[in-house]
Design a protein around this ligand. Structure first.
Ligand SMILES: [Zn+2]
Length: 457
């Protein structure tokens, strides 16, 4: 069995790994590269393999950096089955249709500003390409060993990262590969903890937070309450860039749990994301995947996400109407790294205000607007215009959907005999730190996957 690395090898987005085994070619994930415009331009480049030569695609979870290039793969000739956990399969069209709309809008905006003689910008793919791609999806439940092509079996195990997220166990040629996908931290509300796996001949492991440990979740929740109190005293708005899947639901869950303690009734709370609202319905359809505590909450309150003062803005007009709030609004909107989506418009309106608070509850990749803000930029350029940043910025580390260094080491430590491991899905600083720890604790040399490199199991 040979694994070729084509994406998320030395960076955090664009997950794409090719497994050659049993005379077949299987892809693990086919994600979008996210970051600066230059980095994102790489999505349009040809794949470094022929899509028609791939026998099957296996998806770890529905985040766009793991599934975002699937319609492109299909458009360019991939005709095989796409295997996904049932909730992932339900989330996939929501995520991909949104990505297609964003790409169409971006292209339209760029073309409007295009100088004479410059070739027209074509979106990466269209909504109809998404419709074509999802027809190839086949659902697999957790913990069900399935033959995906002759000679290759897989089992999905809960990765505890977002709803439907999977660790993939793959058997072929008498060997067993375990792909971590993205691993959640223990104790994420709503979700179960990542499944421990005992045996592997090779582990592909994510390393997003390989160099740091998160703050305690409860400490973070406390901090969030304090930010709300301060913003209320200063009569400002609170903006929270959040991914539509996972983070938005977790925030609403915490809001519901702390509604009285944080005096949330004095705020207008906006979930400015038609996508997050669609995702909420998928959560409500898949309560069987919740952990014990969340199931108990759901039994008591049929729709715990629906706060009395929660406004879900579906239309663009609804979204623009939020701009008239100069204070008193908590706005949750995508994208999670502020490199697109409705949050960008709210940032334009609020960044200049000293009493505005921007709360970053998740990872901000290099090259994104979110990262520039987190890094303390005094000026940022948005849609060709410069904006002065006076707003207060907060990074609250404890809500991450990713396991931290401690969690990653603990998960790896559950394998018997410290199997060979290749680190993917992490910037070099994070991977090197994690590799150092693995070597020190388990005496195992670690392979740092590079684009174009491969490893044999
Ligand atoms: Zn993810």
């Amino acid at each position: 069995m040979r694994i070729h690395f084509h994406g998320a090898a030395g960076e955090v987005t664009g997950s794409l790994h090719l497994v050659e085994a049993a005379g077949r070619r299987i892809l693990l994930d086919c994600g979008m590269i996210q970051g600066s415009p230059e980095q994102e331009a790489r999505n349009a480049e040809p794949f470094s393999f022929d899509p028609a030569s791939i026998d099957a695609l296996v998806l770890s979870h529905a985040h766009i950096d793991h599934i975002g290039r699937v319609p492109l793969l299909v458009k360019r000739g991939f005709r095989g089955p796409i295997f996904a956990q049932a909730a992932t399969a339900d989330l996939m069209p929501i995520m991909l249709l949104d990505a297609a709309s964003l790409a169409e809008n971006d292209a339209e905006r760029a073309n409007r500003r295009r100088a004479n003689g410059v070739p027209e910008i074509v979106p990466l793919y269209l909504r109809e390409d998404v419709v074509d791609a999802v027809k190839q999806v086949r659902k697999i439940d957790y913990d069900t060993r399935t033959t995906i092509v002759p000679g290759i079996d897989i089992t999905f195990r809960d990765a505890g990262h977002i709803l439907g997220s999977c660790i993939v166990e793959l058997w072929a040629d008498g060997k067993k590969l375990v792909f971590s996908g993205d691993l959640g931290p223990k104790g994420t509300p709503i979700l179960r903890d990542p499944t421990p796996i005992a045996q592997a001949d090779l582990v592909l492991m994510e390393s997003t937070y390989g160099d740091r440990n998160h703050r305690e979740r409860l400490e973070t929740i406390h901090e969030l309450g304090e930010i709300f109190a301060r913003a209320h005293a200063e009569k400002g708005n609170v903006l929270i860039p959040a991914f539509a899947v996972g983070r938005s639901q977790e925030l609403l869950y915490w809001f519901a749990q702390n509604y009285d303690a944080w005096e949330l009734s004095r705020w207008h709370i906006f979930l400015d994301s038609p996508m997050a609202s669609k995702v909420m319905h998928v959560y409500e359809r898949h309560t069987e995947l919740f952990d014990e505590q969340a199931r108990a909450v759901w039994r008591k309150t049929p729709l715990p996400f629906k706060l009395p003062n929660l406004h879900i803005s579906e239309s663009v007009d609804d979204s623009m109407a939020i701009n008239r709030f100069e204070g008193g609004a908590i706005i949750i909107a995508g994208s999670g790294m502020a490199n697109g989506g409705r949050i960008v418009h709210h940032l334009k309106h609020n960044l200049g205000r000293r009493n505005a608070h921007v709360v970053f509850p998740g990872y901000q990749a290099q090259g994104t607007l979110g990262r520039r803000l987190v890094d303390g930029a005094r000026w940022v350029r948005i849609h060709g215009k410069d904006y002065r940043v006076n707003a207060q910025r907060h990074t609250i580390g404890g809500l991450s959907a990713h396991a931290d260094q401690h969690g990653l080491l603990e998960w790896y430590g559950q394998f018997e005999g410290a199997p060979p491991v290749a680190l993917v899905h992490g910037e070099d600083k994070a991977r090197e730190a994690l590799a150092g720890e693995i070597h020190e604790r388990y005496g195992r040399e670690v392979f740092l996957a590079r684009p174009g490199s491969f490893i044999d199991a």
